[in-house]
Design a protein around this ligand. Structure first.
Ligand code: ATP
Length: 283
C-alpha cells in the first residue's frame, strides 16, 4: 500500500485585527500569518480500500472522525468522487489548542497528500474543500507569510526577505478558540490600524520598528485569565522582546530588535522556562 508523508508547520499571527462580527456569525479578520517550521507536525497517509482511520499518541487529539484530518479526507474523497480509504497517522509537535493552528496544519497536509496522490481537484476546488474544513486550513496549503482577510482564508502572499528574530514559547495548556472569541475585548483606538507598517518594517529588516507594530485583538482576555502568561510575558520583555499572544493563544512569542539580543534571550530564558515545563524555540 502507498505511504505518503509530509512535515507541516505551525503558525503565529504577527498581526490579528478583529474587524467585527458578520451576519453569518463568523468574525471578519485581518491577520498576518507567519509559518513556524521549527515547530512542525508530521502527517502520514496509507491508502486503504475503504474507511478513514486516525492514530495519534498525543492526548487531546481525537482518534476518530472528529479529528480534523478525518474530516479533510472525507471532504476530499467526496469532492473528488473518489472511492478510497486512508489510514492517517499524526506525530504532533505543534501544541494542541495553542493558537498555532496545529489541527488546521494537519488538515492542510492531509489535503496536500491526497492531492499529490490523486490530482483530482483543481486549485480552486482544493481551496474550497480546505475552507469547508476550517478558516485557517487554506493557509496551510501553501504555508508562506501571508495576509489573511475574511475569516482568514482570503490570502495574499507577502514577501518578507528578512526572517525576523523571534522566540516562540508554545503553550503548556489548551485554550479553545471559541472561548477567546467569546471573551473578545478590543481596547478603543487600538494601534496600529493595519498590518502594512509592520510588513514594511519587516521588509526593511528594521525589527526595532516592527516591535511597536505587532497587534492581536484576541490576546486581552487570554492574558487577563491566565497569570502564568503575564509572568512569561514579563520574562520575555525583560530580555528585550516585544511580546504577543499567537492567534487565540495561549502560545506567546517575542520579536527582538536583532538576532544577537534574541540569541542571548534564548540562552538566558531556556533554563528559567524549563521550571514551568516550557521550551522556547528560535525561529
Ligand atoms: P486554531 O488557532 O486554528 O483554532 P489551535 O492551534 O488553537 O487552532 P488546534 O491545535 O488546532 O488548536 O486544536 C483545536 C481542537 O481541535 C483541539 O481541542 C482538538 O481536540 C481538536 N483536533 C482535532 N484534530 C486535531 C489535530 N489533528 N490536531 C490537534 N487538534 C485536533
Amino acid at each position: 500500500m502507498t505511504i505518503l508523508s509530509l512535515s507541516t508547520p505551525g503558525k503565529i499571527n504577527l498581526y490579528l485585527e478583529v474587524k467585527g462580527k458578520r451576519p453569518d456569525s463568523y468574525h471578519e479578520l485581518v491577520t498576518l500569518f507567519y509559518p513556524v517550521r521549527a515547530i512542525s507536525d508530521r502527517v502520514e497517509l496509507e491508502l486503504t480500500f475503504s474507511g478513514v482511520t486516525v492514530s495519534c499518541e498525543t492526548s487531546g487529539v481525537p482518534q476518530n472522525d472528529l479529528n480534523i484530518c478525518a474530516r479533510a479526507a472525507h471532504a476530499y474523497f467526496e469532492a473528488a468522487r473518489i472511492d478510497s480509504g486512508v489510514a492517517i497517522r499524526i506525530e504532533k509537535t505543534i501544541p494542541v489548542a495553542a493558537g498555532m493552528g496545529g489541527g488546521s496544519s494537519d488538515a492542510g497536509a492531509t489535503l496536500l497528500l491526497l492531492q499529490r496522490q490523486f490530482q483530482a481537484l483543481d486549485a480552486g476546488a482544493l481551496k474550497a474543500v480546505a475552507l469547508e474544513i476550517g478558516a485557517d486550513v487554506p493557509f496551510f496549503l501553501a504555508p508562506e507569510p501571508a495576509i489573511g482577510c475574511g475569516r482568514g482564508e482570503l490570502l495574499t502572499p507577502v514577501e518578507l526577505p528578512a526572517e525576523p528574530p523571534l522566540l516562540i514559547v508554545p503553550a503548556c495548556f489548551p485554550v479553545s478558540s471559541a472561548w477567546a472569541y467569546k471573551h473578545l475585548v478590543i481596547p478603543e483606538k487600538t494601534f496600529p490600524a493595519s498590518p502594512f507598517p509592520l510588513i514594511e518594517a519587516l521588509r526593511k529588516g528594521d525589527f526595532a520598528e516592527a516591535q511597536g507594530l505587532l497587534r492581536n485583538d484576541l490576546q486581552h482576555a487570554v492574558l487577563g485569565k491566565f497569570p502564568l502568561l503575564s509572568l512569561i510575558s514579563g520574562l520575555l520583555r525583560e530580555t528585550g522582546g516585544a511580546v504577543l499572544v499567537s492567534g487565540s493563544g495561549p502560545t506567546l512569542f517575542a520579536l527582538y530588535s536583532d538576532f544577537r539580543t534574541r540569541d542571548d534571550a534564548f540562552a538566558a530564558l531556556t533554563p528559567l522556562l524549563r521550571k514551568y515545563h516550557l521550551q522556547p524555540y528560535q525561529s
